[in-house]
Design a protein around this ligand. Structure first.
Ligand code: BES
Ligand code: MN
Ligand code: ZN
Length: 496
């Protein structure tokens, strides 16, 4: 699906379909009015018949409208004008693409990005429309023998701009929207891939392919390299698996070398059985998504490279399976992390922090400006924030504020939880420096407290995406979150 920006009048558009919005109750937007005028009241007469009131999530497709040059007109309900904010705008764009994808139209011109949305500028509206358009045709049928035949025919989308001056801005937003959508789609593909295919080696191969496509530097550490570095904690998770662990590092350089990079660390557990502390069987298949942090950082670096952002970025992925076997770590085992701190593994299902802690220690060698780790870390985070917000915890309030602002801008929600010292005591161990669990209470925070023991030398934030990285139920699948948040964070930094 290609996107363009143009200045034009609805009644003058040739092509397969034009899209105009209608507020509740039957209140025409500017372009809808223009069209109504050109068609001598045709649009309003149809609304008067009661076929469309303007309620959100409704559409009406008209064919061969008199005095127009296009084949179809799609009317889209926008809800109440007074309530037209982020969610209403994004909802209207989604509804539009869902309706367009069902028609035979190969091209469409949208007169929606010019409608005022509270506190949002044209850049935002254009990049969101492009992202949602591309997202509407995302489909993961790689593993099906028969591919979906009802694929959308829509291949060219034009977004109308109000005037020429806004067009240069618009083009950049189109590119950003495309790059973010590509990153989201990459993260989704990795998350959705079956865990017998998506192994640590597969993640490393995919990272190599991204690096090759964008000419990025990549390093993949093997288990023997990890051994030399003393990554006893990471290796204690992979030792119960037949699949060798990998530690992947991809470097993007958009600035001079000396500029300190942002380092993203993504949890890459390609399947989490819980290990000896085995998880219950129902829904265990969903633990293939336990590499979503890894998917999101790879998607983000691909998007950043596509946008050629002026920033230095390093993505680190500790990749492993968490399996039970004769050699697997047992509850009570004490392991030594790369930092030298010893860890009592009281629950082998708290494996994410065990691989992240060594990756976070390793991250220090890049002399980072800030480090953000992204992980499907705790079921407790799903209980606390549901499937709406990603959990955010940081040792630096300025960094947290920067992330929250990116979250607001990208409408990829995050919510901050505290990292108070009061919680640290819960990780006391009688036999090692630290235990790997802190009990059920405050599970998301104690997990972050564990990580904080390894991030004392730099500004760091942790994103718990256990509730936001994928959807269960009928629409089971990866969401590609938080690629929009992370890319926005980097876009905002690159502008400085
Ligand atoms: N990958 C899971 C976290 C998870 C659980 C994500 C459910 C999404 C949905 C993680 O490795 C895990 O098992 N965490 C344990 C930690 C506990 C043993 C302290 C959990 O949350 O139950
Ligand atoms: Mn686990
Ligand atoms: Zn896990």
């Amino acid at each position: 699906m290609d996107f363009g920006i143009k200045v034009g009048k609805p009644e003058k558009q040739r092509g397969a379909c034009i899209v105009v919005g209608v507020f509740e109750s039957r209140k025409l937007t500017g372009p809808a009015k223009a069209l109504d005028k050109a068609t001598e009241g045709y649009i309003s007469s149809i609304l008067k018949n009661g076929d469309l009131d303007g309620k959100a999530d409704t559409t009406l497709l008209l064919h061969n409208v008199p005095n127009t040059l296009c084949k179809r007109v799609l009317l889209v309900g926008l809800g109440k004008e007074k309530e037209f904010g982020d969610n209403a705008y994004l909802g209207a764009i989604r509804t539009t693409f869902n309706a367009l994808n069902k028609t035979g139209a190969a091209d469409a011109t949208l007169f929606l990005t010019e409608i005022p949305v509270k506190e949002r500028d044209d850049d935002w509206k254009v990049s969101r429309a492009v992202m949602l358009g591309l997202e509407s045709v995302y489909c993961f049928d790689t593993l099906k023998s028969k591919k979906d035949e009802n694929k959308s025919k829509l291949s060219q989308v034009t977004l109308n701009a109000v005037d020429n001056k806004k067009m240069t801005v618009g083009k950049e937003s189109v590119q950003q929207g495309q790059a973010i959508a590509h990153g989201v789609s990459l993260a989704k593909d990795l998350g959705n891939m079956a865990p017998n295919v998506c192994t640590p080696t597969y993640l490393a191969d995919q990272a190599k392919a991204i690096a090759k496509a964008h000419k990025l530097k990549i390093t993949v550490l093997e288990e023997k390299d990890m051994q030399k570095l003393g990554m006893g904690s990471l290796l204690s998770v992979s030792q119960g698996s037949r699949q060798p662990a990998k530690l992947i590092a991809v470097e993007y350089q958009g600035l001079k070398k000396m500029e300190k990079p942002v380092v993203l660390v993504g949890k890459g557990v390609t399947f989490d059985t819980g290990g000896v502390s085995l998880k219950p069987s129902p829904d265990m298949d969903e633990m293939k998504y336990d590499m979503s942090g890894a998917g999101s950082v790879l998607g983000t670096i691909a998007a950043v490279a596509e946008m050629k952002l002026a920033i230095n970025l390093v993505c680190i992925v500790p990749a492993t399976e968490n399996m039970p076997d004769g050699l697997a770590t047992k509850p009570g085992d004490v392991v030594t992390s790369m930092s030298g701190q010893t860890i009592e593994v009281l629950n082998t299902d708290a494996e994410g922090r065990l691989i992240l802690c060594d990756a976070l220690t390793y991250a220090a060698r890049y002399k980072p400006d800030v480090v953000i780790d992204i992980a499907t870390l705790t079921g407790a985070c799903v209980i606390a924030l549901g499937h709406v917000a990603t959990g955010l915890i940081s040792n630096d309030d300025k960094l947290a504020a920067e992330i929250l602002s990116a979250s607001e801008q990208s409408t990829d929600r995050a919510w901050q939880l505290p990292l108070w010292d009061d919680y640290q005591d819960l990780l006391k161990s009688n036999f090692a420096d630290i235990a790997n669990i802190g009990g059920r209470a405050g599970g998301t925070i104690t997990a972050a407290c564990f990580l904080s023991r390894f991030t004392k030398d730099y500004r760091w934030a942790h994103l718990d995406i256990a509730g936001t990285a994928w959807k269960s139920g009928k629409e089971k699948g990866s969401t590609g979150r938080p690629v929009p948040l992370l890319t926005q964070f980097l876009i905002s930094r690159a502008k400085k």
